[in-house]
Structures are given as structure tokens and as C-alpha cells.
Design a protein around this ligand. Structure first.
Ligand code: 5AD
Ligand code: FES
Length: 350
């Protein structure tokens, strides 16, 4: 029965493709509850009730790629583009540090104006000014030399979602990118020594239960330190504008399954979850997620970094998000941990 499959997944931390598909097809209300509860138990067993906060700095919305789902794709001529200057990025970190953040996530489109040298310089400055912080990069695909230089400059972690483990779907959604290259970049980051984050979207047009099973099996094989999962949300100035959004419920199921397949991973309750449902992030925390990434970007540029419609917190100061989240996390039954929050996998190998 599906219930037995879930119990076996809890014990053995894996299932076969056909079994995952059976689970996804048979999940009714009760089984969903059971799945989310098992994921919650696994998270409590590994990380306890701590929720780690990361300060997110969206430093450029300029992107050379053209992903069909993404609001900052190069083909979108209606978005006004911005780049934060290095001093502005450091200013966001200073503000974040004072609010207690000990991880900064530097995210952008694939923007080559930020050369390896410029980025290395920014990272060096952050690590010199704030030595007890971790720096996470989320800037897309670069070559081995760039990844190595940024690591040497002090970067600790790298987020590069695999987006979907289905080659067919990946190729349909990414006209300017290659499936094999994505996988190859993830393995390169891992062997260089970064804490690596992979992840995918749920509810992409044409995505099947078989595709979602592949996502879980790929995560199991890669064993990333971090796993970002969110619903696909349409953006009005993209080719996918009329496609239906992924659902909060299906995304919660995938978050819970990811926790059971890769128990030591850090899993964010994503902004996309908070956008899709008023309590989406809290629900994610209760289904196995254990990280939240509030926005530290300057208010003046926030609305310009829109990957999908109706993104939350566009008008909220960094301090507001910091305290709003603390309240919400407490109300959901958890505790904020302002430490660096390294993954258990990373702590056990260092
Ligand atoms: N809906 C949901 N998530 C999106 N992302 C990009 N565009 C969208 C969208 N329309 C996600 C991608 C990317 C991350 C930064 O945001 O998975 O890796
Ligand atoms: Fe930004 Fe709640 S997280 S105001």
C-alpha cells in the first residue's frame, strides 16, 4: 500500500521510480498528512526545530539567458534592468549583518558585467568585513576557472537549481542552455568543494509524475547540501503567461519527499511558496523545510527582480522582513537560528 511505501521511505530514505510514481498518484488527503508528518519528524531528528535565515541580495536582473518561465529572461523587453554597484552590495550586507544575518546569498541573472575579478573582489570585501558569515552565490553557469576563483575568494556555497530532471522538459524550457551542461556544472561545483544547492520547480507545463520522480532520484544521486523547490508561477511578460501555476499542495508533497530522500539537506520555504499562498512558507516549514531567505535588496530595485507575478515583500524594508519572518516562524512552531547554518553533510566532512 502507499502507506507502507511512505513508511519504507522514512526508514530506507529511498524508493524506486515506479514506487515514487505510485505514491504521487495515490496521495489522498490522509496520505498527504502522513507524508508531511514523516518529513517533519525527519527534519526534527536531523535539525531540530531550528529555522535558518539567509539574507538574499538580488544584485542584478540582467540576464543573457532566455528561460521560457522567467520574468528576467533576455527576451523580456518590458522589464527595467538594474545592477547594484559593489558598494551597494556591501551596504546591503552591512545592513543585514546588523539585523543578525550570518549568510548572504548573492543572486543575479547571468550577467557577465560582473566578471570573475569583480565578484571575487566583492566576496573578499564581505569576508574581510564580516568574517563570521557564509557567502552563497546564485549567479548561474560559469566555467571551472571562475568557480574555482570565487571559491578561493571566500565563497562557501552555490545555488544552481537543476530546474527539472527531465531532459525533454529542460530542453523545451531553456532555448539558450543545455541539459548536460547544467548537470556538469553541478558536479563541478561539488567537486571543487562548494556546499551545493540544486532544486526544481513543481507544476511546470507538461511536467508528469514520472518527471518529478526523476527529480527526486537525481537529488538522491547528487546528494546536494541544499534543495530549493517552488511552484512554477507564470509571469505576464513570458511565453508561459497563460499556463496554470503549480499548486501549493503538490509543492508541499515534493518538499516532504525531498526531506525524506535527502534528510541532511537544508531546504528553504521559498518566496514562491509565500507568493502562491499567504501561509505557503509556514506550510513548507511544517512539511520538512528548514530555511527562509528574506530579501535584503534595496527597496528601490525590488520590484524589478520579478521572476513571476505577485512576488511578495516588494514594499517591505529589510528590517520588516526580518521581524515579520521571526514572528511567522515562531507562530508556526519553530525557532529562528541566526547562525551560519551549514548543512549536516558539510559539517560531517569538515
Ligand atoms: N516561477 C517559479 N519559479 C521561478 N524561477 C524562475 N522563474 C520562475 C517562475 N516563473 C526560479 C528558478 C530559478 C530560481 C532563482 O527561481 O527555479 O532557479
Ligand atoms: Fe517580508 Fe514578511 S517576509 S514582510
Amino acid at each position: 500500500s502507499t502507506e507502507q511505501l511512505l513508511d519504507r521511505l522514512y526508514e530506507e530514505e529511498s524508493l524506486e521510480s515506479q514506487e515514487i510514481i505510485a505514491v504521487l498518484k495515490n496521495l489522498d488527503q490522509n496520505l498527504k498528512k502522513r507524508l508531511h508528518h514523516l518529513a517533519h519528524l525527519k527534519r526534527m531528528e536531523r535539525y531540530g526545530d531550528r529555522v535558518f535565515l539567509r539574507g538574499l541580495i538580488e544584485f542584478s536582473n540582467i540576464c543573457k539567458q532566455n528561460c521560457l518561465y522567467c520574468g528576467i529572461r533576455s527576451g523580456n523587453k518590458t522589464v527595467s534592468r538594474y545592477r547594484l554597484q559593489p558598494e551597494q552590495i556591501l551596504e546591503c550586507c552591512r545592513e543585514g549583518y546588523e539585523l543578525g544575518y550570518r549568510t548572504f546569498v548573492l543572486q543575479s541573472g547571468e550577467d557577465d558585467w560582473y566578471t570573475t575579478e569583480k565578484l571575487a573582489d566583492i566576496i573578499t570585501h564581505i569576508k574581510t568585513l564580516f568574517p563570521d558569515t557564509a557567502v552563497t552565490l546564485s549567479i548561474g553557469e560559469r566555467d571551472d576557472a571562475a568557480y574555482a576563483a570565487l571559491l578561493a575568494a571566500g565563497a562557501d556555497r552555490y545555488l544552481l537549481r537543476h530546474e527539472t530532471a527531465s531532459r525533454k522538459l529542460y530542453e523545451a524550457l531553456h532555448p539558450t542552455m543545455a541539459f548536460d551542461s547544467r548537470r556538469n556544472r553541478l558536479t563541478a561545483l561539488k567537486s571543487l568543494g562548494y556546499q551545493v544547492g540544486a532544486g526544481f520547480m513543481v507544476g511546470l507545463p507538461g511536467q508528469t509524475p514520472g518527471d518529478l520522480a526523476e527529480d527526486l532520484l537525481y537529488l538522491k544521486e547528487l546528494e546536494p547540501d541544499m534543495i530549493g523547490i517552488g511552484p512554477f508561477l507564470p509571469h505576464q511578460a513570458t511565453p508561459l503567461k497563460d499556463e496554470p501555476a503549480g499548486t501549493v499542495m503538490n509543492t508541499l508533497d515534493m518538499i516532504a519527499l525531498a526531506r525524506l530522500f535527502v534528510p541532511n539537506a537544508l531546504i528553504p520555504a521559498t518566496t514562491a511558496m509565500g507568493t502562491a499562498h499567504p501561509n505557503g512558507r509556514e506550510l513548507a516549514l511544517q512539511a520538512g523545510a528548514n530555511v527562509v531567505m528574506p530579501n535584503l535588496s534595496p527597496l528601490t530595485v525590488r520590484a524589478q527582480y520579478t521572476l513571476y507575478n505577485n512576488k511578495i515583500c516588494l514594499g517591505d524594508e529589510s528590517a520588516q522582513c526580518r521581524f515579520c519572518l521571526e514572528q511567522r516562524i515562531k507562530a508556526a512552531g519553530f525557532h529562528v537560528d541566526m547562525g551560519r547554518g551549514d548543512s549536516l553533510k558539510f559539517l560531517s566532512r569538515s
